[in-house]
Design a protein around this ligand. Structure first.
Ligand code: LER
Ligand code: MN
Length: 271
């Protein structure tokens, strides 16, 4: 397993990002601390200078673990389950542009907040829209060699697909090989009965992993047991990135990214 740090383009609305504001600065800082890769949260790929970014990443030999898409929902209100078909279509177009972007960097694309909310609609009705949209995106991504990861989110951020098991059952019926689960310790700490048992049960579907401590501060600043969580993940055969997505706490962006790195590295060296 390798360590990645979430960095963001300058117009980030989501605040659980260690390096919000200056993408290039964030990438350089991640490299300097010792991270193996970055994950980039992007509202709209058309706002990013791809050439400049690619040049820097090539120079630093930093791969891109994944592309986050939640800002398309938070800042622009786009959702792939929106009742309004024009919003849904715009969400699909935006995510296809995220997939195009990801294909350049050999990165996965995250479907988290951009799935939207039920907002009092029947679960079946919303899941039907979700599956229809997801199949279209998975087929588009397949042609580009890109994998999608669905992130179970806690109940305070969305009102469907909150647990790993719920996402797993959607994926079992989807019949698409390039879609998996993104498990995030912050959300699991709220929603799962046992973080370790859920990881073990859904292990074969986990294709990406986010870490923050219980308070969404850097790993090491709360009360999650990363030794047993990462051991459970390791035992599933997972060999992907462990990506730090935390608030810039304690001590700001750099201090929190350093603490996260130190905490996780000391756990991972045992495997
Ligand atoms: C994103 O990865 C996440 O964890 C959410 O809480 C917000 O998008
Ligand atoms: Mn996350």
């Amino acid at each position: 397993m390798k360590l990645s740090l979430v960095v963001s383009t300058s117009d980030a609305a989501f605040d659980a990002l260690a390096f919000k504001g200056d993408l290039m600065k964030g990438v350089k800082m991640a490299k300097q601390i010792g991270y193996d890769a970055v994950e980039i949260a992007i509202r709209d790929p058309s706002t990013v200078d791809v050439e400049e970014l690619k040049e820097l990443l090539d120079e630093l030999r930093m791969p891109v673990a994944a592309i986050g898409t939640g800002q398309a929902y938070l800042a622009d209100g786009l959702s792939i389950t929106a009742q309004d078909v024009s919003i849904r279509n715009r969400a699909m177009e935006r995510l296809k542009s995220h997939i195009d972007f990801a294909s350049i960097f050999n990165a996965k694309v995250i479907i988290g907040l951009v799935r939207g909310k039920r907002d009092k609609r029947a679960l079946d009705e919303v899941l039907e829209l979700f599956v229809e949209s997801l199949k279209e995106l998975a087929d588009y991504a397949e042609k580009k060699g890109v994998e999608l990861v669905i992130e179970p989110l806690n109940r305070y951020e969305t009102d469907f697909l909150n647990t790993l098991e719920e996402v797993k059952s959607v994926l079992e019926s989807l019949d698409r090989k390039n879609v998996g689960i993104l498990a995030d310790t912050f959300h699991m700490n709220i929603e799962e009965v046992s973080i370790e048992e859920s990881i073990t049960k859904c292990g074969k579907w986990i294709k990406h992993f986010h870490v923050a401590d219980s308070n969404r501060w850097a790993p090491g600043a709360g009360h999650l047991n990363f030794a047993s969580i990462l051991k459970a993940l390791h035992d599933t055969g997972y060999d992907g990135f462990v990506s730090v997505e935390c608030l810039p706490l304690p001590g700001g962006s750099e201090a929190s990214a350093r603490l996260a790195f130190k905490t996780l590295q000391s756990v991972l060296k045992e495997f």
